[in-house]
Design a binder for this molecule. Structure first.
Ligand code: CP3
Length: 344
């Protein structure tokens, strides 16, 4: 069977390895059971035993080719001394940061303050079958900065973009704090046993080329050089979701090993623009996964077709949602492996 690490080393495989973003989540009853035993979402992320358990669930249930660490991109702001809450039905809530708040960030030891995540990584690693890969991750500096500045998710990130235009020095300081702490955090995960690292730059959409360079490209390149300077050589997947053509420079200039794409990216055309033989990951429409049936079967066939001319990792363009049916996830895994696929 194709392994994720083979594809990340540049091999083109007959069957792509498969895993899904948010594969451990509310669509799984076994996840909900563990979740209900935790005080809140953040405590859940900081409980190595519980987090390791749910990290392994999708590999056990679906035979996914990889497990992704169960944690969140908003743990690093906690390491930097900010308060983060997850409110049911609302999502993450932070106290919006200002120029003084940026000066007060606790960069030294930020990754150490979230180091229970490293224990989750080593627990998962010791239980994961040898032919499966463990993916560690952090948020991209810009994406995490948008939450720190705006205090919550927002549709177009206008407040964070304004802040970047109007306070260039404070923005540079915030990004630097995130670069240093995220690099340490990723290095810690790799040392604890992560086979692959992924940088979730989920809000890379709607930035001018100049802003993309300042807010996404340069900080990401800095994180990756820090990781490589620390002697960590695991593959790194970049995910500049929605970046459009800005993703081309991102693929060439940040030092990533592979690139994950959102739903709108035509994989085969995209290959022509990125470094030769760079593995691509993605980009099944999460809505097709929710709808299921023939819609999903056709969508899967199209992604397989678009991805087949080079190293390809099968995934969604964004995460699994709570309303997704277990049978449909299993059907996609079976389908791409040439087994009977019972879409519902
Ligand atoms: O892919 C994985 O399963 C790995 C773990 C992971 C989670 N969040 C677990 C989670 C990863 C990689 C993330 C990344 C993340 N977190 C992003 C970037 C990726 C993306 O989805 O675009 C962002 C923007 C966040 C911030 C965040 N965390 C939001 C906005 C929410 C609330 C939305 C929701 O679904 O309720 C979360 C909570 C969260 N993070 C859940 C999970 C499984 C749901 C928590 C629950 O209620 O059980």
């Amino acid at each position: 069977m194709a392994s994720l690490l083979d594809v990340l080393s540049g091999q083109k495989t007959e069957t792509p390895p498969i895993w899904f973003m948010r594969q451990a989540g509310r669509h799984l009853p076994e996840y909900l059971e563990v979740r209900s035993s935790a005080k809140n979402f953040i405590d859940f992320c900081f409980s190595p035993e519980k987090a390791a358990k749910v990290t392994l669930q999708p590999v056990q249930r679906y035979d996914m080719d990889a497990a992704i660490l169960f944690a969140d991109i908003l743990l690093i702001p906690i390491g930097l001394g900010r308060e983060v809450k997850f409110i049911k039905g609302t999502g993450p809530v932070l106290n919006p940061i200002d120029v003084d708040g940026i000066k007060a960030l606790t960069i030294d030891g930020a990754a150490d303050r979230v180091s229970s995540v490293f224990e989750t990584v080593s627990r998962v690693k010791s239980e994961l079958p040898k032919d499966k890969a463990l993916i560690g991750f952090s948020g991209g500096p810009w994406t995490v900065a948008t939450y720190m500045i705006e205090g919550k998710g927002s549709p177009n990130k206008e407040i964070a973009k304004r802040f970047a235009y109007e306070n260039p020095q404070a923005m540079a300081d915030l990004l630097e704090a995130l670069v240093v702490s995220s690099a340490d955090y990723l290095i810690g995960q790799a040392k604890a046993g992560a086979d692959v690292l992924k940088i979730f730059e989920s809000w890379a959409e709607g930035l001018s080329p100049h802003m993309f360079e300042r807010l996404v490209l340069n900080p990401t390149r800095d994180i990756i050089s820090r990781i490589r300077d620390a002697g960590i050589d695991v593959p790194i997947i970049g995910f500049p979701r929605g970046a459009g053509l800005n993703a081309i420079r991102y693929a060439h200039e940040t030092g990533i090993s592979a690139i994950a794409t959102g739903t709108q990216m035509p994989l085969d055309d995209f290959r022509c623009a990125i470094p030769e033989n760079m593995p691509v990951q993605g980009n099944l429409d999460p809505l097709a996964l929710r709808i299921g049936g023939d819609v999903l079967r056709k969508a899967v066939d199209r992604v397989l077709e678009d991805g087949k001319n080079g190293p390809h990792i099968f995934n969604l363009g964004h995460g699994v949602t709570p309303d997704v049916k277990i049978d449909n996830v299993q059907a996609v895994v079976n389908h791409i492996r040439g087994k009977e696929a019972n879409y519902v």
